[in-house]
Design a protein around this ligand. Structure first.
Ligand SMILES: C[S@@+](CC[C@H](N)C(=O)[O-])C[C@H]1O[C@@H](n2cnc3c(N)ncnc32)[C@H](O)[C@@H]1O
Length: 223
């Protein structure tokens, strides 16, 4: 191998790692680009997932890992008399979500804050519904983070987790390299059920669209 070839490989590896980091936590302009792409590519998945939950007009809703803010916009169209909050730990996502929902923010119907799922900037029992689309993979401590969500849910309130790729049996070879590079946790449907129960949720429900690898998991805060 020549020095030029070695240099090319090193730069390609650094570039790939940088891009993967931006997918996980969009901070710079390139991250904003990913967030824009995610708004487009996650739309059908989000519509499918949201069919599995009843959304009342006056609901107070939190969307965690709100990315480009498309889910917040969809939820605002359903909870027409409610309040929509979004959090994301990445500055790039918060900026993109705020731009996408600028009108709703100016009307006082939407609030978007920079925060981690591990420390939500809200009082106990504020929300009727918490949504999390394509973000749970990245959370640092799944049980504790799910319990932090439980804290901000009203008794009887619901968490709904919507994911595009999940573990189906052991046939998951292609996901493994992606998983280790992006450092994410991939759970099976049974794994999701166990996680919800361990974290203290009741009435756990799982919906799968196996042909697409989609999963939607939900659970309630006990009354
Ligand atoms: C793949 S994007 C999905 C964005 C959006 N929910 C969607 O469906 O298009 C994942 C988002 O989760 C956010 N995220 C990852 N870990 C997080 C954490 N610990 N707390 C809050 N947000 C997080 C990332 O910053 C990113 O915006």
């Amino acid at each position: 191998m020549t020095i030029q070839q070695i240099l090319f490989v090193v730069l390609a590896v650094i570039g790939t790692l940088y891009l993967l980091r931006q997918v996980r936590k969009p901070t710079r302009w390139i991250g904003r680009l990913f967030v824009w792409v995610m708004n487009k590519s996650h739309s059908t998945l989000t519509d499918w997932g949201l069919q599995h939950v009843l959304i009342e007009k006056d609901f107070t809703i939190l969307d965690i890992g709100c990315g480009g803010g498309r889910t917040i916009q969809k939820l605002a169209a359903m909870a027409t008399e409610g309040l929509l909050c979004g959090v994301d730990y990445a500055a790039g996502s918060v900026g993109a979500s705020r731009s996408k929902n600028a009108k709703l923010i100016s009307e006082g119907r939407v609030e978007i804050r920079q925060a981690s799922v591990s420390r939500l900037p809200f009082p106990n029992a504020k929300f009727d519904l918490v949504t999390a689309v394509e973000t749970q993979y990245y959370w640092p401590n799944l049980v504790k983070d799910m319990q932090e969500i439980l804290r901000v849910l009203k008794p009887g309130g619901k968490l709904i987790v919507i994911l595009e790729s999940y573990k189906v049996g052991s046939d998951n070879k292609l996901e493994r390299p992606k998983k280790s590079l992006l450092r994410y946790t991939l759970l099976s449907a049974d794994g999701q059920r166990e996680l919800f129960s361990t974290a203290g949720y009741t009435s756990v429900q799982l919906f799968e669209e196996r042909s697409k690898g989609w999963i939607c998991a939900s659970g309630r805060k006990p009354l």
